[in-house]
Design a protein around this ligand. Sequence first.
Ligand code: ADP
Ligand code: MG
Length: 254
Amino acid sequence: MRLAAERIDWTIHGHKLLDDVSLVVEPGETFGLIGPNGSGKTTLLRVLAGLRKPKIGRVLVDGLPMNRMRRRDIAQSISFVEQQAETLDRIEVREAVALGRTPFLSPLRSWSDQDDAIVSQALDDVGMHHLAGRLWHTLSGGERQRVHIARALAQQPRVLLLDEPTNHLDIRHQLSILQLVRQLPVTVVIALHDLNQAMDCDRIGVMDAGRLVDIGTPRQVLTAERLRRTFGVHVDILDDPIDHSRIMRFRNAV
Ligand SMILES: Nc1ncnc2c1ncn2[C@@H]1O[C@H](COP(=O)(O)OP(=O)(O)O)[C@@H](O)[C@H]1O
Ligand SMILES: [Mg+2]
């Protein structure tokens, strides 16, 4: 599914949070969003998810303007894992993941074995099967995050939006979630804090003060000049002697 933003502006209290943002994410692409705190990554993801409706500019889903799509149709194709995900008290992990199936249920289409299988697969994918019967509020931050990702996967979206999904995770789960996300045959837009993780995306967009200031492959975008200008850090880009991948070492630019 192709996701496009066309000239999006988003202003609140006279403060421009998104400034003329245009972007096309191709079907199956993993697109990373990076930028300093407050640069507009979350705001852009919320617009792409249909949670914020821009007055200027529009979002297109496979060429169709999102503002003409029904809520349910959007939910059947796009799922969003928010940064500060809401708490769901007194609910078991499996039920929380099962919520991802909601857009597909109706009086004519009740819960089926197939939904059960999809929920089980999603729990497996994030390594949470063993905790399926646990109550949500007893989970750690990282476990909750994995449940949220499982809920999004159970939605079987064609577009998956993730807002800094690895923040609460230990290194092993960070790597496994990123690997999982990259392997999914869906269009992914993922805001990432860790620039080394961003290097594994197909393309990267750089947000700076509400503007998308750069877009391209990780090698095109993650240059010493860009990191100095946008993040205010000095970077040494090193070549891994084993596989010639890039290693970035950061220092404060003073
Ligand atoms: N509802 C709001 N009202 C006023 N300012 C907001 C609101 N939401 C976000 N902001 C501000 O918009 C800017 C961009 O925020 P955000 O999109 O969350 O950035 P990021 O995700 O890149 O850290 C920040 O300066 C933030 O404080
Ligand atoms: Mg954010």
